[in-house]
Each structure stands twice: as structure tokens, then as C-alpha cells.
Design a protein around this ligand. Structure first.
Ligand code: DC
Length: 227
């Protein structure tokens, strides 16, 4: 039985960075579930299709290769926006659900646990997770962080970086779409703890996140059957 930390939150709130750091701290595997939806969107775009064509998105979701999660093209603003659109299609969500549950139950590398970040991890994918966080930050702060991230990735991926106002507007549209979809909308699970990182740098946010999950994770690890 693996121990799961579920981390949900708004776009560009820093949940991916926190999830990676928590995974490293506990020696757990990490899954960025947003990358799965980004893979679906990238496949549709790369095939020259339109994300408005539901059947193309559903086919792409059924055929995705999770090994492609490190493709730098996944990080573009265009693919992020398209990922939010395809993620509202119930059949797309159904197609990637089992992969996430399998990852949670049997993390790669025989890890004792998994940290999964996304929008519906604490509510739908792993409702029994040992610890749940809901991360948020003010839109202005999130836009700045996303802008910096896109700047850093600019050259290798050959992307154009939108200005910060455009990024903020895009994040708000994306949050609204993610919160209002009918299936597995973005929301804080009843037993998730809210962490606002607006005034925290990465190290301070990590220290707070760790303090919030540590005893729950240790209790769950201690309760695992031996052998
Ligand atoms: O976390 P991200 O920006 O990489 O996610 C891209 C989009 O994927 C996001 O706007 C909504 C969707 N998503 C989702 O619906 N459910 C998840 N668990 C993760 C991401």
C-alpha cells in the first residue's frame, strides 16, 4: 500500500515545484497530472487538428504515451490553454484516470509513496490520500511566476513569451474553466489544507507545506503493513 500526498491548486500557483520537493524529501515518486492533459492537447495540435474536435481529443487521450511528459513543447502557454479545454471532456478524463490511480497505488521505482499534483487529485483521483494540500496565490503573483518560467524555457522550445498581463488574463480564464466544468472541477477537498503562497518564496512555501503534511505522512508510513 503506497502513501499518497495529493496537491491541487490553481494554475501556476507553484504546486508542481512543491510536489517535486516533497517527493524528493520523502523519497516518493512524483506525477504531474497536468502533463497528461498537456500531452493530449499537444498531440491534437501536432496532428494539425483542432482542440474543438472532441473525438480527436478523446482519441489522443486513449493513445497518449506518458513517457512523453518531459517534452519541452508541453510547457507552452498555447498547450496549457488547450489542455484546460480538453480536460473538460469527460471521456478524456476517463482515459487518463486509471493511469493516475495505478501510479498512486504502485509508484515507479518501488517508492513507498507518491506525490501527485493537479486539479482533482484530492477530490476524485485519490480521495483517500494520506495528506492533501490546496495551493493558491494571488493572480498577479502567479502571472509573474509563469512569466519567469516561460522566459527560462524560451530559447530551447522556440516559444514566444506573452507579456504578464496576457498571462494573468489567461490564468484567470483557465481557472474559471477548470472550476466550472461539470466533471471533476477544480476545488478544494473538504479535508485538504489551504496554503496561500503569495508572500512566500519557494523555500518558505516548501517549509510550510512540509510542516502541514509531515505528521500525516509519517503516521501513514508507520501504518503500512511490513514485508
Ligand atoms: O497544471 P497544468 O497547468 O499543467 O494543467 C494544465 C491543464 O490541465 C489545467 O488547466 C487543467 C487540466 N488539469 C486537470 O483538469 N486536472 C488535473 N488533475 C490536472 C490538470
Amino acid at each position: 500500500m503506497s502513501v499518497v500526498i495529493a496537491i491541487d491548486g490553481t494554475s501556476a500557483c507553484g504546486k508542481g515545484t512543491l510536489a517535486r520537493k516533497l517527493a524528493r524529501h520523502f523519497g516518493f515518486a512524483h506525477l504531474d497530472s497536468g502533463a497528461l492533459y498537456r500531452l493530449v492537447a499537444l498531440r491534437v495540435i501536432a496532428d494539425g487538428s483542432s482542440i474543438a474536435r472532441r473525438e480527436d481529443a478523446i482519441r489522443a487521450a486513449r493513445e497518449i504515451d506518458p513517457l512523453g511528459v518531459n517534452d519541452p513543447r508541453l510547457r507552452s502557454a498555447e498547450v496549457g490553454e488547450a489542455a484546460s479545454v480538453v480536460a473538460a471532456i469527460p471521456e478524456v478524463r476517463a482515459a487518463v484516470l486509471q493511469f493516475q490511480r495505478d501510479f498512486a497505488a504502485h509508484p515507479p521505482g518501488d517508492a513507498r509513496g507518491a506525490v501527485i499534483d493537479g486539479r482533482d487529485i484530492g477530490t476524485v483521483i485519490c480521495p483517500d490520500a494520506a495528506a492533501k494540500l490546496f495551493i493558491d496565490a494571488e493572480p498577479r503573483v502567479r502571472a509573474m511566476r509563469r512569466w519567469l518560467e516561460l522566459q527560462q524555457r524560451h530559447d530551447p522550445a522556440g516559444l514566444t513569451v506573452p507579456n504578464m498581463k496576457m498571462i494573468e488574463a489567461d490564468l484567470l480564464v483557465r481557472d474559471q474553466r477548470d472550476r466550472s466544468r461539470a466533471v471533476a472541477p477544480l476545488r478544494q477537498a473538504a479535508d485538504a489544507v489551504l496554503l496561500d503562497t503569495s508572500d512566500l518564496d519557494i523555500e518558505a512555501a516548501f517549509a510550510k507545506a512540509l510542516a502541514l503534511v509531515k505528521s500525516k505522512v509519517e503516521t501513514a508510513l508507520a501504518a503500512r503493513p511490513r514485508g
